[in-house]
Design a protein around this ligand. Structure first.
Ligand code: ADP
Length: 439
């Protein structure tokens, strides 16, 4: 018999007993009230015992009880036991987690929704200069570098932030912020000093090698030119000399591009700030492109806002824009159209270089700005490419706080868009508005 049916029979027996005694003494109501009070009293007594047990030593064995109350005590006991085991496991896990994060070389700081420090590990204390009494303080009261303040307040943590440690200028940190829960954030600070030193060594190495190669290459190219001019030799070695000259020109281009990249990479100064007449710069590039494509039958279309100038470095911008325009021509084997469009967009300025060429498959697009990444190595070499053009474009745009977007589909042409922020543009009013020229 289960405890509920036992309880039911107990109640039924009590009522029957009260009814019989009531009939015998002719006091049915009185005896039913007395029986009910007795039954209620028993329940209240057991409730009292349960309450005492729960408040006190609920981990000890529960009080003895009969019927349904025995069952209730037993279930409570099992529940408490399960909870205690669960709690023990969680505490052990938390301990292990804390030991792990303490041993981690990366600094970890947990922030609440208001930016107050809830917890941090030893590495965070060492790298960010936090002390145990700083728990509860706002992180921005302790790490006050403007770049860190700006980064934390902008709520865009897609890219990590690099900054010098507030306690040691020579220590470079990479900061990742991971939002979680209800407005809480996890800050992970990694010491990247060694990594940056290695990166600097790599940059110096490439720059030095390129620099050392430049002089011998200039000498070789010079001699090759002299040899080509010699008509006797030209008759005998014409083809070989031509190939040698082409290859040394290619090497010279690679060296020049590597040197330019090294210069752009190693430059941590603020963005260049000279007024640059983008319209005249583009007109010059267009003229060069027209003379280059004269035989191929391409059309070069230039639409531009004549009054839209930029603050920046003219030489770097020329290099980036001409790379885009010459790529458009180089990757358009059949006669087609290159459209260069320079206009205002979203408060800033935008340069679109569109072609009707071979296009690019989607999976290559994200890698195009890597050094020496080519979709088709053979075609790139054939057209005189170095594999460094788009890497240069990306670095020049980074220096100007601009971004590059690439839209392309195979056999449907490509559009390369450079977007400049509002603070980089300059309105130069000396001519009436947009100009459109097609050659
Ligand atoms: P490369 O000197 O090889 O052209 P880039 O860095 O300029 O090097 O370009 C990288 C690769 O991107 C090229 O090899 C080419 O495959 C692809 N690419 C660049 N521009 C275009 C374009 N307008 N149309 C099609 N493919 C292009």
């Amino acid at each position: 018999m289960n405890s509920w049916s036992e309880e039911f029979w107990r109640l039924a027996s009590l009522i029957t007993l009260c009814l019989i005694l009531g009939l015998v003494f002719n006091k049915i109501v009185l005896l039913l009230i007395m029986g009910g009070t007795l039954y209620l009293g028993w329940h209240v007594f057991n409730l009292y015992r349960l309450d005492r047990w729960l408040r006190g030593a609920s981990h000890t064995t529960p009080p003895e009880a009969r019927g349904i109350w025995g069952e209730v005590f037993h279930h409570f006991y099992l529940l408490q036991k399960r909870n205690n085991e669960h709690k023990k496991k969680l505490t052990a896990m938390l301990d292990r987690f804390q030991q792990l994060t303490t041993a981690m070389p990366d600094g970890t700081v947990v922030l609440n929704a208001k930016g107050g420090i809830e917890w941090f590990n030893d590495a965070a204390g060492r790298l960010l200069g936090l002390r145990h009494q700083d728990v509860g303080q706002h992180i921005l009261n302790l790490v006050r570098q403007p770049t860190f303040v700006g980064y934390l307040e902008q709520y865009d943590f897609a890219e990590p932030l690099e900054l010098n440690s507030p306690v040691d200028e020579k220590c470079s940190l990479q900061i990742h912020v991971v939002p979680y829960g209800r407005g809480q954030r996890l800050i992970v600070a990694r010491d990247i000093t060694r990594l940056q030193q290695l990166e600097q060594m790599r940059r110096d190495f490439v720059a030095n090698v390129s620099h050392e190669l430049r002089t011998p290459l200039t000498v070789i190219t010079g001699y090759l030119e002299t040899l080509t001019d010699d008509s006797d030799l030209h008759a005998m070695w014409g083809q070989s000399l031509k190939v040698m000259q082409e290859q040394s020109d290619r090497m010279q281009h690679i060296v020049e591009d590597l040197l330019l990249l090294a210069k752009l990479e190693g430059n941590n100064t603020p963005p260049p700030h000279d007024p640059v007449s983008v319209p005249s710069l583009l007109a010059g590039i267009r003229d060069d492109a027209v003379s280059l494509t004269a035989r191929k039958g391409h059309r070069i279309k230039l639409d531009m806002d004549e009054n839209l100038w930029l603050y920046g470095n003219e030489q770097q911008l020329r290099s980036a824009f001409s790379n885009l325009v010459f790529n458009a021509i180089r990757y358009m084997p059949d006669p087609g159209t290159v459209t260069i469009n320079w206009h205002s967009a979203n408060g800033g300025a935008q340069l679109d270089v569109q072609d009707t060429g071979i296009g690019i498959a989607a999976h290559h697009i994200s890698r195009l700005t890597e050094r020496f990444y080519r979709v088709d190595v053979g075609r790139s070499r054939e057209t005189g490419g170095t594999g460094l053009g788009l890497a240069i474009v990306k670095h020049v745009l980074n220096r100007h706080r601009a971004t590059l977007k690439i839209y392309s589909k195979p056999e449907q042409g490509s559009t390369f868009s450079c977007r400049f922020p509002s603070h980089a543009i300059m309105h130069h009013s000396n001519t009436a508005n947009p100009q459109s020229v097609t050659k």
